[in-house]
Design a protein around this ligand. Structure first.
Ligand code: SF4
Length: 167
């Protein structure tokens, strides 16, 4: 997997102080994409998981990690993303995990494959759905268009209904 970027600290990619990983590669090609360059699976640098985990461990202010892109949950990236989340939780068990995906929760559940299901169990908040230019709204927090939802993924799975995070 290639990495399009990494922020050691951010307060604009989820609630609280967070590290942010941008993976490379996205199959969605949304018109008006905020990070078009990261649609290319070969863009950026090789993802060095240990280096990123070391950088996270050096920073005691962090409350969580956000994984964005690109598309973290496409078939090309999901294995390494899942391993990364599990390894981050080994060293930071209380970390809160946000993930941005162009897939909706319904599409991810429809896959019904072991890897996707396991990944969803390790995510706290899923910001789901493609960016839609006609629904763009710059006043929204943590998302670009009104179709995108900020989901409490564990509640969604446990209660089998859509539960959005109050922002
Ligand atoms: S899902 Fe995100 S990264 Fe992928 S094309 Fe759409 S806006 Fe860009």
């Amino acid at each position: 997997m290639k990495m399009a970027g990494f922020y050691d600290e951010s307060i604009s990619n989820g609630l609280g102080w967070r590290a942010v990983l941008f993976v490379s590669g996205c199959p969605h090609h949304c018109p008006g994409c905020h990070n078009k360059i990261a649609q290319d699976y070969n863009y950026g640098q090789d993802f060095n998981e240990q280096e990123i985990i070391d950088r996270i461990c050096e920073n005691s202010i962090l409350k969580g990690i956000t994984i964005s892109g690109g598309e973290p949950l496409c078939k090309e990236n999901i294995s390494e993303v899942l391993k990364f989340i599990k390894d981050v939780k080994e060293v930071r068990p209380n970390f809160n995990v946000w993930c941005y995906s162009g897939y909706t929760l319904e599409q991810l559940k429809e896959r019904n494959d072991k890897e996707t299901n396991e990944t969803l169990k390790h995510i706290d908040v899923l910001v789901d759905g493609r960016f839609m230019e006609q629904k763009k709204n710059p006043t929204l927090k943590f998302r670009g268009s009104e179709n995108q939802r900020i989901l409490d993924i564990q509640k969604c799975l446990q209660e089998n209904k859509i539960v959005e995070v109050a922002i």
